[in-house]
Design a protein around this ligand. Structure first.
Ligand code: HEM
Length: 128
């Protein structure tokens, strides 16, 4: 994960624009919102900021172990993970992040699939 991507996207302000777009897309997907039930919208927004920071080398560093612990017991499926990655890609494109950076960010996201996805735990009711 590289600090330079975060910087090259345009730092905090640009990252917030991507996050806001990503958030809208996540929240509009009824198949994903059950994962965030009981989590308020503020916390969801905070999740997206941390998410982007984690994969774009922002000020806060996360590794696989952190991601494993953060998503423990949530039953996140491959399908939910795929959809999340697709929404992130759409948000990055929408905000004119250059293709090369999008590719690197998506690679970094993919690297966190194993710690985040939990196939032996049931997904929340109504979620994909
Ligand atoms: C590469 C993929 C992902 C990254 C980098 C990521 C990042 C994070 C981070 C940094 C946190 C906060 C951990 C902390 O408290 O320190 C978190 C929590 C959380 N994540 Fe993710 N996440 C990913 C995928 C997902 C997916 C696919 C879902 C569900 C569709 C999800 C749902 C949640 C929820 C519900 C929380 C707890 C929120 C709260 O209680 O405040 N995450 N994630």
């Amino acid at each position: 994960m590289s600090q330079s991507i975060y910087a090259e996207i345009g730092g905090r302000e640009a990252v917030e624009a991507v996050v806001s777009d990503f958030y809208d897309r996540m929240f509009a997907d009824d198949d994903l919102t059950p994962y965030f039930e009981g989590v308020d919208k503020q916390a969801l927004f905070a999740h997206q900021v941390q998410f982007i920071s984690a994969v774009a080398g922002g000020p806060v560093e996360y590794d696989g172990e952190d991601m494993d612990a953060a998503h423990d017991g949530m039953g996140i499926t491959h399908e939910a993970f795929d959809r999340t990655a697709e929404k992130l890609e759409a948000a990055l494109r929408e905000n004119d992040v250059p293709d090369e950076h999008i590719a690197t960010i998506l690679d970094d996201v993919e690297a966190l699939r194993d710690p985040v996805v939990e196939e032996d735990v049931a997904a929340p009711a109504g979620a994909v």
